[in-house]
Write a protein that binds this ligand. Structure first.
Ligand SMILES: Cc1ncc(COP(=O)(O)O)c(C=O)c1O
Length: 375
């Protein structure tokens, strides 16, 4: 897969938090294979999810994922549907033990949503750490964290997409499974999967298109679920069926496989972590050297390289007008989707794996120029 400068030049720089930018090489390959997938005479969209060609697509996507994160053999990889949000219900339905609480490390909007679902399901839960009092701008120090012995599992979000924070290390929870929502930073850095009982992620940031949900689960944990849970809500059934209990999101899975090939060609998660850190540093550097024009609320030690959030001219009466002007002017220069999440306002740039460095450089120079003109 060689990049096409022609196609690339017609693409805008897209800083959306998800669905997000995909590697142009992957899109080109999809385009080339769209009408006739490798001599089958049909599109992947049109083929049976049980045909030989799709068997290979699925196997290849699974192998790519396993290799990228060195996932041990006692973990199953599942392609599910319902988005990461469905996992907010599916995880407690399968892993919460009767009268044994789930411990939530509450660090933002997406753990709030997970807690809401636990409440609906009347799953016992505790919030042992919350950073709500800092508007979720910080993360708790979990160095000395030990969940209580009767905890069903610990729920944590590795990267807070809206608030722009990222855990750099994970707590050691011993025999108690650690469940991690990795929607917005999976495949962005090396990971010791054996620290986790279950990892889930919506595909639409670092894996592929919307509509696929990735779950990596330690096999024994799937046996916790009550046998009378609805079939599609059990990890167990999808493990037995190899993610094909029913029709899976075939086209999305195909693209996830291509993204894994692309990641491997880029040098895998170790190389991409370095590239991501360099891209993020370009923007954080502007934020930190703007003489107060820009303000990042997140302390350096927990800043996310995936989702960078900031405000303009904190305290100024024209703050919102300046931020609106920033978004509009940026878009007029081909830099799109820079508005912060509607729940927090401000500005946000998502710099996932596939975000080209050229886009980040263009954004950094636009930011400098905007500050010069309006500061
Ligand atoms: C960390 C995190 N968790 C969960 C979700 C929800 O994902 P979905 O829309 O796939 O349900 C998102 C979406 O942006 C997210 O960033």
């Amino acid at each position: 897969m060689t990049p096409s400068p022609i196609l690339e030049s017609h693409r805008s720089f897209n800083f959306s938090s998800g669905p997000a930018v995909l590697p142009v090489e992957v899109l080109e390959q999809v385009r080339n294979e769209l009408l006739d997938y490798r001599g089958t005479g049909m599109s992947v969209m049109e083929m049976s999810h049980r045909c030989k060609a799709f068997d290979e697509i699925l196997e290849q996507a699974l192998a790519g994922i396993r290799e990228a994160l060195s996932i041990p053999n006692d973990y199953e990889i599942l392609f599910l549907q319902g988005g990461a949000s469905f996992q907010f219900s599916m995880v407690p339905l399968n892993l919460a033990l009767p009268q044994q609480p789930v411990d939530v490390i509450h660090t933002g909007n997406w753990t709030k949503m997970a807690i809401e679902e636990m409440k609906r399901l009347t799953v016992a839960h505790v919030v042992s750490h919350s950073t709500e009092s800092t508007n979720f701008a910080t993360l708790p120090d979990l160095t000395h964290y030990h969940p209580a012995a009767n905890t069903s599992y610990v729920h944590l979000c590795s990267n807070n997409t809206i608030e722009g924070t990222q855990f750099k290390t994970f707590p050691k929870t011993g025999a108690i499974p650690l469940v991690c929502d990795m929607s917005s930073d999976i495949f962005s850095r090396p990971l010791d999967v054996s620290q986790f009982g279950l990892i889930f992620a919506g595909a639409q940031k670092n894996i592929g298109p919307a509509g696929v949900t990735l779950v990596v689960i330690r096999k024994d944990l799937a046996e916790r679920a009550a046998k009378n849970l609805p079939t599609l809500m059990q990890y167990r059934s999808q493990i037995v069926a190899g993610s094909r209990y029913n029709t899976p999101p075939t086209f999305g899975i195909y693209i996830c496989g291509l993204v894994m090939n692309w990641l491997k060609a880029k040098g895998g998660v170790t190389a991409i972590e370095k590239a991501n850190a360099e891209k993020a540093a370009l923007i954080y550097d502007v934020l930190d050297h703007s003489a107060g024009f820009y303000d990042s609320p997140v302390p350096q030690s927990v800043r996310s390289p995936m989702n960078l959030v900031w405000r303009i001219a904190p305290g100024a009466s024209n703050q919102e007008a300046l931020e609106a002007a920033f978004v509009k002017e940026a878009a007029s220069q081909g830099l799109h989707e820079l508005k912060g999440h509607r729940s927090v306002g401000g500005l946000r740039a998502s710099l996932y794996n596939a975000q080209p460095r050229a886009g980040v450089e263009a954004l950094a120079s636009f930011m400098r120029e905007f500050a010069r003109k309006n500061g």
